[in-house]
Design a protein around this ligand. Sequence first.
Ligand SMILES: Cc1cc2nc3c(=O)[nH]c(=O)nc-3n(C[C@H](O)[C@H](O)[C@H](O)COP(=O)(O)OP(=O)(O)OC[C@H]3O[C@@H](n4cnc5c(N)ncnc54)[C@H](O)[C@@H]3O)c2cc1C
Length: 352
Amino acid sequence: MILIHGRGVTALSCANLLLQKGFNVKINGKPFSSELSVLIDLSTLQLLAQIFEDKNIVELGYPIQHRIVKWGDDAPKVVNAHAKAIKLNQLNSSLERSLSDILFCKENNDDESIECHIDATGRRSQIAYKLAGATNTFFGSREMITTQVEASLDHCITETVENGWLFMFPVSTNRAIVQMMCPVTNAEANHKSILENAIQQSSLINFYTHSRNIERIACFPASPKILSSLGSNRWLAVGHAAFTVDPICGNGIGAAIHSAILAAATLEKKDSTEFNTAIDHYHKRQQLSFVLHLQHINDYYKCFAHNRNWQQELSSTRQFLESNTATNILNYDNMYYQLANNSLVKLEDLVS
Ligand SMILES: Cc1cc2nc3c(=O)[nH]c(=O)nc-3n(C[C@H](O)[C@H](O)[C@H](O)COP(=O)(O)OP(=O)(O)OC[C@H]3O[C@@H](n4cnc5c(N)ncnc54)[C@H](O)[C@@H]3O)c2cc1C
């Protein structure tokens, strides 16, 4: 039996993929309660619809057709962004409808029938620590302040301000989410006034927010992180448990689902002599995705090079990217494991 810990989009996707491959699967996790609204691009929703064999998934959420980006000193530009705004708990309940209730169980790590654990417990990933002492390396300590405002717009906006960047997307005809990414500078910092000041500094987002007085805010840690080990023949870490991306990439859920697909393909090799090679491959592909992501966001955040808080924030990423470890990981790109029956390769074609 494969025991999946967690009940987010990664856990459910991995469970469904493994069931399709004929595995005996159980899910250990509380019902998903996060009220967080996220933007999911259409290709990610289509991938979920394919995994869950449910075309209705693509119909979920509030549609957005384009994005206006005003980054650093560049002039604003309009880019196509076919995406949907959706609450994570709504997405999760839709996905759970495709799964039988008997899959959900209480934690039982001592059960002898467990052949492999999947840690899909999200950013804090406690299971990998419990099973193998794996710990997280964080790159910076920035956070996302988020609120909902009255606003009427049909597109999303990304805009930099002095201390970070703002993101706004509609969730209905008259409500929108505003988020701000900024370094944690002071534990006593008043997040509400940081966000209000940033909105006032902005030109595009300020134009749309009719209610200047923000009522409720929520804060989330949002710096990238990766686990020291991503698995063995007894367990695998997937989704945000394995590594967490910076929200500027706009595709956290897409990256999480890709790791679930790769993990399911890895487990398909469980009873073959290729299993250890497949695990090694899983580890290396995940690390490679993470390092490429760090390179990408470092390029984006160059525009904050003059800002003292961001300099501290980004130095750990820069040091890591200049290290031998990062160079070695980037060299994996040249290695492509051709497994005997090619199933891993085929799955990677699907996720690329
Ligand atoms: C502020 C913010 C904004 C974001 N915006 C976007 C966006 O616009 N677009 C996008 O694509 N992504 C976005 N993301 C990222 C997105 O939320 C993640 O990619 C996605 O939720 C990862 O899914 P997951 O299933 O790996 O982890 P999670 O969604 O964190 O799920 C983890 C699950 O594990 C459960 N769990 C935790 N501990 C245990 C335990 N010990 N035992 C059992 N279960 C446990 C939790 O209850 C939860 O059900 C955003 C993230 C944040 C923080």
